[in-house]
Design a protein around this ligand. Structure first.
Ligand SMILES: *[C@@H]1O[C@H](CO)[C@@H](O)[C@H](O)[C@H]1NC(C)=O
Ligand SMILES: *[C@@H]1O[C@H](CO)[C@@H](O)[C@H](O)[C@H]1NC(C)=O
Ligand SMILES: *[C@@H]1O[C@H](CO)[C@@H](O)[C@H](O)[C@H]1NC(C)=O
Ligand SMILES: *[C@@H]1O[C@H](CO)[C@@H](O)[C@H](O)[C@H]1NC(C)=O
Length: 453
């Protein structure tokens, strides 16, 4: 009896191991795919990986069979080190090398060039996290690259030098080919054609400023960085220091909170009187950086109920202003609030493949179901529903009539990591005390969100 149990455990372990070894990562086929991953807001991909990819792409040749050959020694150059796959990140059947360690000391191998170590367009320190993993073979004459992966070390030092599988992507030869179009050359007309082909929103003055910053030769990389929208922060910040959080100033507190009827309210406390004396205002921006409204400050604490519909990403910014003629003109920025965020999703009891969130969209209370991609929603939750309650005290059958929906009727939302999302917005404005609950089969409650505050 004991023995058969031991065998069972062994088999299960084997099964688990064999699952672990089947690795697939999102394959990026074009600069458009690349742009999409750089645009992700949460846990973003290191911007410094882009010059590194550019370096690789411009030191390989790709033949008609999409075989990729390096023009450098992939075992010693550009910070290369053998990668033994200690975290079991990749499949085993390959000789791996990792490129991109900018701190590595070299003898006479090719070093990582300055434009990768300290790219001019990225106004942020290189934390040396970005890496390229190459799967290589050698036929006695030359190296061939079978696979290219983009990856990065975790941000937090506590996770050591492990690579983040959620930020690991396979890079296709087609993408490398596209990146080769941005190879260094000093032909300005070619640069303009590249701009016309990739991003017509970039105007000639931006193009000139790229040339001024990067020099003619390297301007194509500057264009690539701008096209990927990675220099946006720098362009906004170059007039002043990196934005401060208001919390950094003594007891100061500035925030966007949920007001009445689904509108945003700005609250502030302990703003320095000296700032107010010099004319201060709080401006409300949405997640696209568009000004929604503002309030001129007359006292160091207060609140302002706006008529801007509440949404995730709203942010209050405390600025100095001057009166020039008829319009206020906002000059320097003191600090910013955190961005408004709906409460985090909660797990659904008994179903660790799903989570429930109550969130706000344009002021209305909405449900979002996170559901793991590999499963089928209507097979798991054919009779599950979510309802909105006035307060946590309401009994389960006392939901806001009309403010409920079958989860199979939710609309598909954007993917979020390993989850698909499904959403449903009620016609009820968000308000204090509201709560969403998840039920299966009549009234078997499986989750309730924190109450809205
Ligand atoms: C890239 O192409 C492969 C097929 O070659 C496909 O499976 C994959 O989904 C594509 N990647 C993206 C991001 O579309
Ligand atoms: C690769 O393809 C191009 C165009 O299809 C052709 O001109 C060239 O000869 C090919 N090269 C080889 C080595 O087959
Ligand atoms: C660098 O030089 C040291 C000592 O001269 C040698 O042991 C090492 O293998 C060299 N490394 C490379 C990458 O050539
Ligand atoms: C850059 O990103 C912002 C938001 O993050 C977006 O509004 C803007 O359209 C993007 N610009 C380009 C050129 O894609």
């Amino acid at each position: 009896m004991k023995r058969s149990r031991a065998i069972l455990v062994w088999l299960l372990t084997l099964a688990a191991l064999s699952c672990v070894s089947a690795k697939t990562f999102l394959k990026l086929n074009s600069t458009q795919d690349l742009k999409r991953i750089y645009a992700e807001k949460e846990n973003p991909v290191s911007a410094h990986s882009l010059p590194l990819l550019h370096l690789l792409a411009n030191h390989v040749s790709i033949d008609n069979n999409t075989h990729v050959y390096p023009d450098f020694d992939p075992t010693t150059d550009y910070g290369s080190d053998p990668y033994e796959n200690p975290e079991n990140l990749l499949d085993r059947d390959c000789k791996y090398y990792t490129l991109g360690n900018v701190n590595k000391k070299f003898n006479d191998s090719k070093t990582i060039p300055p434009y990768v170590r300290h790219p001019k367009g990225l106004n942020m320190p290189n934390m040396n996290r970005a890496r390229i993993l190459l799967c290589l073979s050698y036929n006695g004459k030359r190296w061939r690259i079978h696979q290219v992966y983009l990856t990065q070390h975790y941000e937090s030092r506590s996770q050591g030098t492990a690579h983040d599988p959620a930020r690991t992507f396979e890079i296709s030869p087609e993408l490398l080919r596209e990146l080769q179009e941005f190879s260094f050359n000093d032909d300005v007309a070619a640069l303009q054609r590249l701009r016309d082909q990739y991003n017509q929103n970039i105007d000639n003055s931006q193009l000139n400023s790229i040339i001024n910053t990067w020099g003619r030769e390297q301007a194509p990389l500057g264009l690539l960085i701008l096209h990927m929208n990675l220099s946006r922060k720098r362009m906004k910040r170059c007039g002043g220091p990196i934005p401060s959080q208001c919390e950094e100033f003594d007891q100061m507190h500035v925030a966007v909170v949920s007001g009445s009827n689904g509108y945003a309210t700005i609250v502030w406390r302990d703003v320095y009187q000296s700032w107010i004396d010099k004319q201060a205002a709080i401006l409300l921006f949405n997640s696209n950086d568009i000004l929604q409204t503002y309030i001129v400050l007359e006292s160091s604490s207060g609140s302002y109920e706006t008529s801007v519909s509440l949404n995730d990403g709203l942010q209050a910014r405390l600025k100095n202003y001057g009166d020039f003629g008829l319009r206020l003109s906002f000059i320097g920025e003191y600090c910013r609030s955190p961005e408004f965020q709906s409460p985090k999703p909660v797990p659904i009891r008994g179903y660790d493949i799903a989570k429930l969130q109550l969130f706000v969209r344009n002021g209305y209370s909405c449900f979002r179901l996170y559901f793991e991609k590999d499963y089928t929603l209507d097979r798991w939750f054919p009779d599950a529903w979510v309802a909105l309650y006035e307060s946590y005290r309401e009994s389960t059958d006392n939901y806001n009539s009309g403010q409920w929906q079958w989860v199979t009727y939710f609309a598909e939302g954007p993917d979020s990591g390993k989850y698909k999302t499904y959403e449903y917005c009620t016609g009820t404005a968000v308000d204090k005390g509201l709560q969403a609950r998840f039920m299966i089969r009549d009234y078997q409650e499986r989750a309730r969100t924190p109450i809205w505050v």
